[in-house]
Each structure stands twice: as C-alpha cells, then as structure tokens.
Ligand binder design. Structure first.
Ligand SMILES: NC(=O)c1ccc[n+]([C@@H]2O[C@H](COP(=O)([O-])OP(=O)(O)OC[C@H]3O[C@@H](n4cnc5c(N)ncnc54)[C@H](O)[C@@H]3O)[C@@H](O)[C@H]2O)c1
Length: 267
C-alpha cells in the first residue's frame, strides 16, 4: 500500500469521486479522505462500507448530475475537487463487430459522463461562496493509455478515452481564459488490478490474468489501484498548482515505445 503521509492538506475541501465504490475510484476516495477532504462517493453501485458519503448517481444522466450537485452544495456547501473516474470497458468489439447500441452506451458513460462531470463541476465550484473561501478547483478526468495510442480494438472504449483527453485540455484552457481558479487534467493508466478486468479474471483466474496483463507492461506488472489514487491525490491538491491541461501517464512505460503486444485486446 502506498501512503501519502499528508494528513490535513485538503482540510475544508469537498470532493466528488464518480465510480468511487470500486477500483481506482475507491482508492482515490480513501487517499483524498486521508488527506483531510470531505468526499462524496457517486456511484451506480449500492452504498459500501468504505470511506466517504455515498450518493447514488448515474454519470450518463444529466438529471442525476443536477441532483448530485444540489445534494453536495446543500449538505457540504461547496465543491473543490471533481474526479471523473466512472467508466466501463464495454467489451472488446472492433470496428466491424461494435454495434451502435454498444458504441452509444460506452460514449454515454465514458465520454458524455465526463463532459457532464466537467460542466457541473464548474457550476458547483463557481457557486462555492460567498461568505466561504472560494473553491480551489481541480477536475481530474480518468482516461487511459487507450486515450493516447490507438489499437485495433476495443473501438468504442478507445474512442471514448481519446475524447476525454482533449475534452480535459479544452476545459483547462476555458477555465484559464475565464480566470476561474479551476484546473483540469487527464490521467492515463495502464493496466490496473480492478473489477474492470472481472471477465478476464473469471475466464483464466485472477493471478494468471494479472500476470498475463502485467507481462505486457515494460515494468513487468500491473498497477495497484492505490498507485493511481496517488496520482489523483497529487492532481487534486495544491502540490500540482501549475499543472493544468496536462496528461499524466501512469502506465509502467507501455506508451514509452512501440507496443509489440496489445494491452487491451489479449488474443
Ligand atoms: N483498470 C484499468 O486497467 C484501467 C486502465 C485505464 C483506465 N481505467 C479507467 O479507470 C476508471 C475506473 O475504472 P476501474 O478500473 O477502477 O474499474 P471498476 O470497475 O473497479 O470501477 C468502476 C466504477 O464505476 C462505476 N460506474 C460504472 N458506470 C457508472 C455510471 N454510469 N455512473 C456511475 N458510476 C458508474 C462502477 O459501478 C464502478 O464502481 C474507468 O474510467 C476506466 O476506464 C482503468
């Protein structure tokens, strides 16, 4: 377990983590809360026993975003940090096999969900105050190595993650132009040992599957969710105060050179 060693760095700040009930999101919730933030876990999954206050939420529904923002501003009174993490793999379909329904579902959650997350994050951060310290806004969007380099598949996932990369830069530039104190960055993980790989774990076993995917990383292993949580914590905190519009790659060097094997579509 990687530890932050920072206990109250985010005291007084309020964070929303979408998809915070599992994997990278749950690790981020624990680290943000450990650093002193008040964290809202916004997820489709039922409430868990983990840290953070759970609010049922569907990132693909604008009505759900309106309700979430009203809840957080009503209960917590402010919003400083938005981690747009919720996502699905949507299977391994290629351009010939991906159906329109599959494409639309993946874009609705992975791409449109992040668009809505950025839109309502800015609204919430701007509504923080008066009478309270202004928000120190940080939006962290979880993309993927699949948002940096192409692959023959999965087509819908790759396209959705590419959209998140440039959406994040657009939001960063817009907030800078408007002189909002809101930064926006994207994170690009390689393979992380989470439930998103459940179909593979079920097919070949967790340890075998983890070793298989790990061997496709130059570093020789998959990441643990906490290692990505540390990246989220850095981007959420003032330690990254000059970092905006950036793409932070945490991929065990997968994108550092030619990929001789596909990471995302094992054959
Ligand atoms: N695990 C990896 O190897 C990896 C690599 C690159 C990028 N990512 C990205 O990281 C993010 C987190 O994935 P993870 O690996 O922790 O997976 P995970 O399956 O462990 O967690 C995803 C969470 O998102 C939630 N979610 C799904 N659809 C939702 C919706 N419509 N509204 C609200 N919540 C929803 C799920 O309930 C779940 O709690 C995803 O965006 C994923 O694409 C993961």
């Amino acid at each position: 377990m990687v530890t932050s060693g920072m206990d109250s760095e985010l005291s007084g700040r309020v964070a929303i983590v979408t998809g915070g009930a599992s994997g990278i999101g749950a690790a981020s919730v624990a680290l943000l809360e450990g650093a002193g933030a008040t964290v809202v876990v916004a997820d489709l999954l039922g409430a868990n026993d983990g840290p953070g206050r759970f609010v049922a939420h569907d990132v693909a529904s604008e009505e759900s975003w309106k309700a979430l923002l009203a809840d957080v501003l009503g209960c917590e009174g402010r919003l400083d940090i938005m981690v747009n993490n919720a996502g699905i793999s949507g299977g391994s379909g290629n351009i010939e096999t991906t159906t329109v329904e599959n494409w639309q579902q993946v874009q609705a959650i992975n791409s449109e969900g992040v668009f809505l997350g950025c839109k309502y994050a800015i609204e919430g951060m701007k509504k923080t105050g008066p009478g309270k310290p202004a928000a120190k806004g940080s939006i962290v969007n979880i993309s993927s190595v699949a948002g940096l380099i192409g692959g023959a598949g999965p087509t819908a996932y790759t396209a959705s993650k590419g959209a998140v990369r440039l959406l994040s830069k657009s939001v960063a530039l817009y907030c800078a132009e408007k002189k909002y104190d809101i930064r926006c960055n994207s994170v690009h993980p390689g393979g992380v040992d989470t439930a998103i790989f459940n179909p593979l774990w079920q097919a070949v076993g967790h340890d075998e599957g983890k070793a298989f995917i790990g061997a496709r990383h130059p570093i020789g292993r998959m990441s643990e969710a906490s290692e990505l949580g540390e990246v989220v914590l850095f981007l959420a905190s003032d330690r990254s105060s000059f970092v905006t519009g950036a793409e932070i790659v945490a991929d065990g060097a997968v994108t550092s050179g030619l990929m001789r094997k596909s990471l995302l579509a094992p054959s």
